[in-house]
Design a protein around this ligand. Structure first.
Ligand SMILES: Cc1cc2nc3c(=O)[nH]c(=O)nc-3n(C[C@H](O)[C@H](O)[C@H](O)COP(=O)(O)OP(=O)(O)OC[C@H]3O[C@@H](n4cnc5c(N)ncnc54)[C@H](O)[C@@H]3O)c2cc1C
Length: 473
């Protein structure tokens, strides 16, 4: 007898006796599509896609993860993982096992060592508030609601990145359950290849149950945002690009073209308006220079200016990314030097007259991001100058219009692209070429070889997949 359900035109089923046996070993819930709690357990922040596993396991700790992985491999099933569901990089195809790590909480700060151990289900906002009293900050990103583990192992491009580098450059150890069901505490000393691959290769080598990261001695930054009317977008973006070539590594920033919806939840100054939003995070030992550094941008006359000293724990206010679950489609590319023609190209396709509403975001790279990690890792594309992200909400336009509109933007900006992509900003794309472009060619080959050692059957394939290398014939 099997527990099954007709969904998406396909039958998904797992033997009931096997499910019951797994449920006896696992402390968290083990749910099939027939269970009432199944939908809540598979739901994530990104609602455009939803995992549709044959089985979802709500893991409470490493032992539950081990049991779920052993069950999956024993039945020849692929494994998908979900922390917060912000990315939902792939769908747990019919017959897969989804491991939900959201119950795996726990932040242990070691203030004297300047490190913290973070459980698989933890989001940045918790870490920000637990490290601040010790005068320390994590290398978090724009959205505090994002999961620490996936963000960090996918690279982790944060608000302090130009000063300190990628979050993946500051990982001391990774606790991971590999395809053989073993829980390994992976460090540079214990397993140098796997440690290299996990930091950048993210979800391709196992289910991570926790990571130990470095914290930085940052409590306060000079930061916030400058909002300009889209009418001055050309001048603002030209100035911004020239300005990025002059700033020190302590200055991390981005510029976004945003088309705000006309909804009451927004302040009247932003409702239904097209704006350029410059985001600033200046982290230096003396913050005084921040104000003079941003003077050329302020001189352009923003209609709203929120720059000032800011507790790093409140740094989520800089981008003010949406916190509620929603549907979005996005794409990304890494860019080289930009010029006025690049700005004109972007504005032609993503300005106020764009066919569908977008957020087009240009993040400034370089600084420490351009230098190799102290302990080498798989994060690629370090020579890029900017990363361009394009995001559209499906609540505001049809997917059939969004995809071609995004394609046009990426095709038009191609002359300035390095051809690389940032893994963390890929969303839903499973194109093998896209995944490959997140890495330097030699590193990608090495990743496939390490994958062949630790996951030869590609159990962890419901992701931005790095397939195991096939030995030369
Ligand atoms: C609003 C917003 C802002 C963002 N800002 C930034 C930013 O500033 N910088 C940046 O670098 N990225 C940023 N991102 C991208 C974000 O880091 C990635 O989408 C990340 O993968 C999200 O992880 P999650 O756990 O929150 O999401 P999930 O959807 O739960 O996880 C994403 C993928 O990671 C894998 N995964 C999750 N947990 C584990 C685990 N324990 N073990 C193994 N694999 C796992 C799974 O394959 C899963 O599909 C942003 C995303 C959003 C939506």
């Amino acid at each position: 007898m099997s527990r099954s359900e007709q969904e998406g035109g396909k039958v998904i089923s797992v033997e009931a006796a096997a499910v019951d046996s797994l449920a006896e070993q696992v402390r968290g819930p083990v749910l099939t599509p027939a269970d009432e709690r199944y939908d809540a357990e598979r739901a994530g922040n990104q609602t455009a896609r939803c995992h549709r596993p044959a089985l979802v396991v709500g893991a409470t700790g490493p032992a539950d993860v081990q049991a779920a992985v052993t069950f999956a491999t024993g039945h020849g099933l692929p494994v998908a993982v979900q922390g917060t569901g912000h990315a939902l990089s792939a769908v747990a195809a019919e017959g897969g096992v989804l491991i939900n790590t959201s119950r795996m909480q726990g932040v242990r700060v070691k203030a004297e060592a300047g490190t913290a151990w973070i459980g698989a289900g933890v989001r940045w906002d918790q870490v920000l508030h637990e490290t601040a009293p010790a005068g320390l900050a994590p290398l978090s990103g724009s959205a505090p609601g994002v999961g620490v583990v996936s963000y960090t192992l996918g690279g982790g491009l944060g608000l302090l990145s130009r000063r300190y580098g990628y979050a993946a450059d500051h990982v001391r150890g990774v606790d991971v359950v590999t395809a053989d069901g073993r829980l390994r505490q992976v460090t540079e000393a214990s397993d140098p290849d796997l440690f290299w691959a996990l930091r950048g290769g993210r979800d391709n080598f196992g289910v991570v149950t926790g990571i130990e990261i470095d914290l930085m001695p940052v409590t306060t930054i000079y930061g916030g945002g400058l909002f300009f009317d889209a009418g001055s977008a050309s001048e603002v973006l030209d100035t911004y690009i020239r300005w990025t070539a002059t700033v020190p590594d302590e200055m991390t920033s981005s510029a976004a073209l945003i088309s705000f919806p006309d909804v009451p939840a927004l302040p009247p100054t932003l409702r239904g308006r097209h704006v350029v939003h410059i985001r600033i995070a200046y982290a230096a030992d003396a913050l005084g220079a921040g104000e003079s550094l941003v003077a050329p941008l302020r001189a352009l006359g923003p209609f709203t200016d929120t720059l000032g000293e800011l507790a790093y724990a409140d740094s989520g206010s800089i981008h003010n990314d949406p916190v509620f679950p929603g549907t979005f489609e996005s794409g990304t590319t890494m860019l080289d030097e930009l010029d006025a023609d690049a700005v004109r190209t972007l504005l032609g396709l993503a300005g106020p007259h764009a066919p569908v509403p977008h957020v087009v975001e240009l993040r400034h790279l370089g600084g420490r991001l351009a230098r190799p990690s102290g302990t080498p890792n798989a994060v690629g594309n370090r020579d890029a100058r900017y990363v361009l992200n394009v995001v559209s909400r499906l609540e505001r336009a049809d997917i059939a219009e969004i995809r071609p509109a995004h394609d046009r933007i990426f095709e038009s900006i191609a002359p300035w692209s390095t051809g690389g992509r940032a893994l963390n900003f890929m969303n839903g794309e499973r194109d093998a070429e896209h995944v490959r472009s997140a890495y330097d060619a030699k590193d990608y080959r090495r990743l496939t070889e390490i994958k062949a050692v630790y996951d030869p059957e590609n159990t962890f394939r419901l992701n931005h997949n790095i397939p195991p290398a096939v030995p030369d014939a």
